[in-house]
Design a protein around this ligand. Structure first.
Ligand code: ZN
Length: 162
């Protein structure tokens, strides 16, 4: 059965898709969004969701902030997340005290200990790709697919608390 691609599983528990496991999808997204500014608006949620579904590939000290960013997105939308990020960049440029500004994120749940969760309802390797593109059905559809992955990521982590 080792030569059956359907049997291949990602470290996050997801079944491989036509492009491979999640890291293959992640790299394909990072490559495609470089040439597509509208698609690139979803860059931060893509990175945060990927690292929270595959936390051994990220830096543990950033995971809590990334988890809160995803909650901000679900709560207030992409524009609010982009505004918070722009505020952060401006703040760093003005040389204010070092460190991540947690204020816009302080209201959200901290990352529960004991992760990662065993599986997620929506995964990167489950994202639809048509003609080699993630936005073949339009940017609105792409945004909805990423948001579903984000929602599944937050839900699985929060369900670890009990
Ligand atoms: Zn995965």
């Amino acid at each position: 059965m080792a030569d059956n691609p359907g049997a291949v599983r990602c470290e996050c528990g997801a079944a491989a898709g036509p492009l491979g496991v999640c890291v293959d999808y992640y790299h394909a997204i990072l490559s495609e969004e470089q040439a597509d500014p509208v698609m690139y608006r979803w860059h931060a949620p893509v990175v945060c969701a990927y690292l929270l579904q595959h936390p051994y590939r990220g830096h543990e000290k950033y995971l809590d902030g990334q988890f809160r960013q995803l909650q901000l997105l679900l709560d207030k939308g992409l524009d609010a997340l982009l505004r918070a990020a722009a505020h952060q960049i401006a703040r760093n440029r003005h040389g204010s005290r070092a460190g991540y500004d947690m204020e816009p994120l302080a209201a959200y749940e901290p990352l529960p200990p004991g992760g990662p969760p065993r599986d997620f309802r929506a995964t990167f390797s489950g994202l639809p790709v048509r003609d080699g593109s993630f936005v073949a059905d339009g940017h609105a559809a792409y945004g909805q697919h990423i948001e579903a992955v984000v929602r599944a990521t937050v839900e699985s982590w929060l369900s670890m608390e009990s």
